[in-house]
Design a protein. Structure first.
Length: 389
């Protein structure tokens, strides 16, 4: 087989990149380790920055999102019952969109199938060869057969545990990592969301987040021990702990009910530099991870894809390699700012196991400053809705 760009990974990064390339007439093949239903069943992100929203619209995939998604022009930050509303519209003139990653992935697959573009599912043992030459290729096993695709470029969109980053020799990459001493226990429940906007809450008992998917589907998270077994948390224990951690007025009115998903996500900050090695480019979780507190994971994946698609279009349409040569620097410049914001939100809103009295006072002072300063609220709003591309 031969194509121009092999995309490893059929998650949001790989699918979005494939869609950009299809629109520009640049031939590509996606290799995905799992089946399509498996990928579609992952419940993850819920908040889209305006840059992500605009990409989906420009690619002709925004219709269902615009119909079924919810525009939010603010969010609530609560600390020990004291609430501040961050007004995105006032500070940034823009909003975020609440639309689940599951839905976006569904729309991206539908778009790809409508274009008749190829996805090869259930591939194993993907290897990347000759990435430093101008004739790279990818090998993989499918249905017991080894196969090879010759190509011009390779996009590593295969998430944190994928093969692409590992294909870059250890001495050619630098990795920066911070693992947080807690996880998030998340549930999806068929109940009306407790509030029309998201509530990020730090309390004496730890962090909680009230989010949503639609008017009858809520997404709630509580900080927990990263080693906890999600099944050991009964529904009742989850609801009790959530109520304990959110402001009283919401604890009193929250609708509890059937829980249809329960899982624990670890919290980690991670960046791999550079994001390019010869003709291999890394995008999304393959290159970087953020703790979910700032809702930046999917959105940083989308900005990487935007830069890479732009670079490949410049190259294929105008023979200009400038974008390709500067991809890593351009992407990393935005990534580090999203890393900083996610780290800051995480530090502000969680209980750390060995937090001293001093650390606690620092958190309180930070929140008190946020509550009293329009400028501090503007900074939070700018980062939350997403920095410009
Ligand atoms: P993904 O989604 O991990 O997709 C990678 C794909 O590659 C496949 N794959 C391989 N294919 C071929 N060969 C291999 N060797 C392969 N290895 C892996 C996998 O099967 C998969 O299909 O990475 P991608 O595309 O970069 O997308 C990243 C996002 O999924 C991720 O950043 C977000 O979900 C993070 N995230 C959030 N991001 C936001 O922007 N806003 C949010 O509100 C938000 N909330 C969250 C989140 C992540 C969470 N968890 C569970 C980690 C909430 C949670 C709880
Ligand atoms: C979600 O709805 O899943 C969600 C929302 C905001 C976050 C993280 C996750 O910061």
């Amino acid at each position: 087989m031969r194509t121009k760009v092999v995309i490893i990974g059929g998650g949001p990064s790989g699918l979005l990149l494939g869609q950009h390339l299809n629109r520009a007439g640049i031939e590509n093949i996606i290799l995905e380790r799992k089946t399509k239903p498996y990928v579609l069943n992952r419940i993850r992100a819920g908040v889209l920055e305006i840059g992500t929203v605009n990409q989906l619209r420009e690619l002709g995939l925004g219709a269902r999102m615009d119909k079924e998604g919810y525009m939010h022009d603010g969010t609530v930050i609560s600390y020990n019952n004291e609430q501040t509303r961050i007004d995105f519209a006032k500070h940034t003139n823009t909003t975020v969109m609440i639309y689940g990653q599951t839905e976006i992935t569904y729309d991206l697959y539908a778009g790809r199938e409508a274009d008749g573009a190829q996805v090869i599912y259930q591939v194993a043992d993907v290897t990347i060869e000759d990435a430093l030459t101008d004739a790279p290729y990818v090998e993989f096993t499918q249905a017991g057969q080894r196969a090879r695709i010759d190509c011009e470029y390779i996009a590593g969109c295969d998430g944190f545990h994928g093969a692409s980053r590992q294909a870059i020799p250890r001495e050619a990459r630098r990795e920066y990592e911070k693992v947080y001493p807690f996880g998030w226990l998340g549930i999806l429940s068929e109940t009306k969301p407790v509030h029309e906007e998201l509530i990020y809450s730090n309390s004496d008992a730890g962090f909680a987040l009230c989010s949503m998917r639609n008017e009858n589907l809520s997404r709630y998270y509580i900080q927990c021990d990263a080693q906890d077994d999600p099944q050991a948390w009964s529904d009742r224990a989850f609801w009790d702990e959530l109520r304990n951690r959110i402001p009283e007025e919401f604890a009193d009115t929250i609708e509890t009910g059937s829980v249809i998903e329960k899982s624990i996500a670890p919290l980690r900050s991670f960046v791999c530099e550079p994001m390019q090695w010869g003709r291999l480019f890394l995008c999304g979780d393959a290159a970087h991870i953020v703790p979910p507190t700032g809702a930046k994971g999917l959105n940083t994946a989308a900005s990487d894809v935007f830069y890479l698609a732009d670079a490949l279009k410049q190259f294929y349409q105008h023979k200009d390699p400038q974008g390709i040569n500067s991809y890593s620097a351009r992407a990393l410049s935005r990534i580090w700012k999203a890393e900083r914001f996610s780290w800051w939100m995480t530090n502000l809103l969680h209980h750390f196991p060995n937090q001293s009295g001093f650390d606690h006072k620092m958190q309180m002072a930070e929140v008190s400053f946020l509550n009293s300063s329009d400028e501090a609220q503007a900074v939070l709003a700018q980062n939350y809705v997403g920095l410009p591309y």
